[in-house]
Ligand binder design. Structure first.
Ligand SMILES: Nc1ncnc2c1ncn2[C@@H]1O[C@H](COP(=O)(O)OP(=O)(O)O)[C@@H](O)[C@H]1O
Ligand SMILES: [Mg+2]
Length: 311
């Protein structure tokens, strides 16, 4: 194995459908041994990006490679990459086992592998049921089973949590974590951060085809730390209080004297310290943005304006 095995690399990738710029100069990397969330609202360009990674859509420009090669140049593509794209269609008259047996030769594995992967995704109980009667959650599991047929080191899963109930989401979390723990590259898209926030190590967030954030989940979570907005008519006194207490301040877009946002401290502590210092406050507001609201901020159209990005 070389060090680039299993690494997904997208560089300056763009795709236009007529006037629609579905993917716009997108650059990111995905590492093996980790679960990476590929996040963005509906229409952000997630599926189009995954389709380009799989050679199903030709990029307008830029490149998308897996282990250093475009999908079409991989020696054994089905043994290298397992993909479940959204709206996977299953022949409704086939049973789950039949479906997997149809795909087994394509994946280069014996028929017996079909029941193994059904077992892996907890669908053995429905092996002989027709797929037409499956719930969305069962279809998701069957899609996942199909991607695992050839035991590939790289998994691309498009909205795998869609349609799962809370129990299914918990199961998916444990399952994806175990796949990454085996050293696999696991890229999983979602339009809801909260759906995957307990599953992913890294996040790549896109909106309107563009990258808006890429980091570890921990680094993203720091943006969402609880904070306290504090204001005082005595700007110098406030600055002195903050410095003396050693509180961390959140970076402000437009710093204003007499106004700060403090991280990692609660309102009661700030109020008590201000009282002890005989400092008058005009505002003391606790604020817990939460990850989902950070996600909405990052992906909202207004964000383009603050980034100075022409639309
Ligand atoms: N085959 C296509 N023809 C025309 N427009 C498309 C096609 N596929 C996707 N799009 C458009 O590209 C944009 C991104 O779509 P998509 O990649 O499906 O986003 P996501 O998966 O993030 O919801 C949307 O505006 C969508 O309508
Ligand atoms: Mg999609």
């Amino acid at each position: 194995m070389s060090s680039t095995d299993g690494v997904i690399e997208v560089a300056h990738l763009s795709k236009s459908f007529g006037a629609v710029r579905a993917v716009d100069d997108l650059t990111f990397q995905v590492q093996p041994g980790r679960v990476t969330g590929f996040l963005g609202p509906n229409g952000a360009g997630k599926t189009t990006t995954l389709r380009m990674l799989l050679g199903l859509v030709t990029p307008t420009s830029g490149s998308a490679t897996i282990g250093g090669k475009p999908y079409r140049e991989l020696d054994k593509p089905t043994r290298t990459v397992g993909a479940a794209l959204e709206a996977a269609s299953f022949h409704p008259g086939r049973t789950a086992l039949d479906h997997l047996r149809v795909y087994a030769p394509q994946a280069g594995v014996p028929d017996s592998r079909a029941s193994e992967v059904l077992d892996l995704v907890g669908l053995s109980f429905a092996a002989d049921r027709r797929v037409g009667g499956f719930s969305l959650g069962m279809r998701q599991r069957l899609g996942l089973a199909t991607t695992l047929l050839a035991d590939p080191p790289v998994l691309l899963l498009d909205e795998p949590a869609n349609g799962l109930d809370p129990e299914g989401i918990r199961w998916l979390r444990v399952f994806l974590r175990s796949l990454a723990a085996q050293g696999r590259t696991v890229l999983v898209s979602s339009h809801v951060l909260s759906e995957v926030e307990q599953t992913v190590d890294d996040v790549i967030i896109i909106a309107r085809g563009r990258l808006v954030h890429s980091s570890t989940l921990d680094a993203l979570a720091r943006l969402a730390l609880p904070r306290v907005r504090v204001a005082s008519p005595h700007a110098d006194g406030l600055a002195a209080l903050v410095a003396q207490a050693g509180w961390e301040t959140a970076p402000a877009e437009a710093p204003t004297p007499g106004r700060v946002e403090l991280l990692g401290v609660d309102a009661a502590t700030v109020g008590a310290a201000a009282f002890a210092a005989r400092l008058e406050l005009s505002e003391l507001t606790p604020h817990d943005p939460g990850l989902e609201s950070i996600f909405l901020d990052l992906t909202s159209p207004a964000q383009d304006a603050t980034n100075g990005v022409a639309r």
